[in-house]
Design a protein around this ligand. Structure first.
Ligand SMILES: CC(C)(COP(=O)(O)OP(=O)(O)OC[C@H]1O[C@@H](n2cnc3c(N)ncnc32)[C@H](O)[C@@H]1OP(=O)(O)O)[C@@H](O)C(=O)NCCC(=O)NCCS
Length: 208
C-alpha cells in the first residue's frame, strides 16, 4: 500500500455526526475518506459524497479501515461489534481541540472542535467528546461514552461505558457515574449515579 492509500479510511454512518467527523478530517489532513456507507438505503449522499449500501459494496467496505460515524452510543456499539475486524486503529481529533499530551485516548474515539481534554485523563474506545466539551484532569471515561456539546466534566470524574452526558451538563469533581446512564441536557450532577440511571435537573434527580 502506498502512502496515500494507507491514509485512507471509510466512514460508516452518514448523518449529521458524520458531517462533523468530515470537518475533523479536513482540519488535520492526516487521513482522507475513500467511501461512505450507511445501512439506511434511503441515504444516498452526504455533503455531495455518494453513500454506498454496505451489503452491495463489500469489496469497498473491506478495502480501508472504518470509523463508525454514528452518534448513538448503542448503535455505535452494535456496529463496532459487527465490523470489528476492520476498524481504524486511532482516534480522530479536530485541530482546534485542546488535548493534553499526557492523556490516553483509545481507538475509534472522536474529539470535536474546541473540546478540551486535560492532563492525566483516559478516554476509552469509540467515545465522542463533542464540540466545546471539557474533560478536566484525571477523568476516566469508559468505552462508548458520549460527552455532548459544552458539557463540563470536572477533575477526577469516572464515567462508565455507554453513558451519555447531555449538552451543557456539569459533573462536579471526583464523582462516579455508572455504565449506560443518561444525564439530561443542562443537568448538574453532584453525587455518584449507579448503572443505568437517567438523571435530570439541578441538582440531578433520577427519572424513569
Ligand atoms: C434526559 C432526556 C434523555 C430525557 O428524555 P425522556 O426520557 O424522553 O424524558 P421526558 O422528555 O419524557 O421527560 C421526563 C421528565 O424529565 C424532565 N426532563 C427531561 N429532560 C430534562 C432536562 N434535560 N432537564 C430537566 N428536566 C428534564 C421532563 O420535563 C419530564 O418531567 P415531568 O415528568 O415532571 O414532566 C432528554 O430530555 C435530554 O435531556 N437529552 C439530552 C439530549 C442532548 O443533550 N443531546 C446532545 C446531542 S449531541
Amino acid at each position: 500500500m502506498n502512502n496515500k492509500e494507507s491514509r485512507k479510511i471509510n466512514l460508516y454512518g452518514a448523518s449529521g455526526h458524520a458531517k462533523v467527523i468530515l470537518d475533523i478530517i479536513a482540519s488535520t489532513g492526516d487521513v482522507e475518506v475513500a467511501y461512505f456507507f450507511d445501512d439506511d438505503e434511503s441515504i444516498t449522499s452526504l455533503l455531495g459524497h455518494e453513500v454506498l449500501s454496505p451489503s452491495d459494496h463489500q469489496d469497498q467496505l473491506n478495502q480501508y479501515p472504518l470509523i463508525i460515524s454514528v452518534g448513538s452510543n448503542s448503535v455505535r456499539k452494535q456496529l463496532v461489534n459487527r465490523l470489528e475486524s476492520n476498524l481504524f486503529s486511532k482516534a480522530l481529533i479536530h485541530s482546534s481541540a485542546q488535548v493534553s499530551e499526557a492523556i490516553a485516548i483509545k481507538e475509534g474515539s472522536v474529539v470535536m472542535p474546541l473540546a478540551v481534554i486535560n492532563t492525566s485523563s483516559i478516554v476509552g474506545k469509540h467515545c465522542i467528546i463533542n464540540s466545546g466539551a471539557v474533560v478536566e484532569h484525571d477523568c476516566e471515561l469508559g468505552d462508548f461514552v458520549h460527552i455532548s456539546p459544552n458539557a463540563t466534566i470536572c477533575g477526577g470524574v469516572q464515567i462508565g461505558k455507554g453513558t451519555h452526558i447531555g449538552a451543557g451538563a456539569i459533573l462536579i469533581p471526583n464523582i462516579s457515574i455508572g455504565e449506560n446512564c443518561v444525564v439530561g441536557a443542562g443537568t448538574v450532577v453532584i453525587n455518584d449515579l449507579p448503572n443505568h440511571t437517567k438523571a435530570v435537573g439541578n441538582p440531578a434527580r433520577p427519572i424513569q
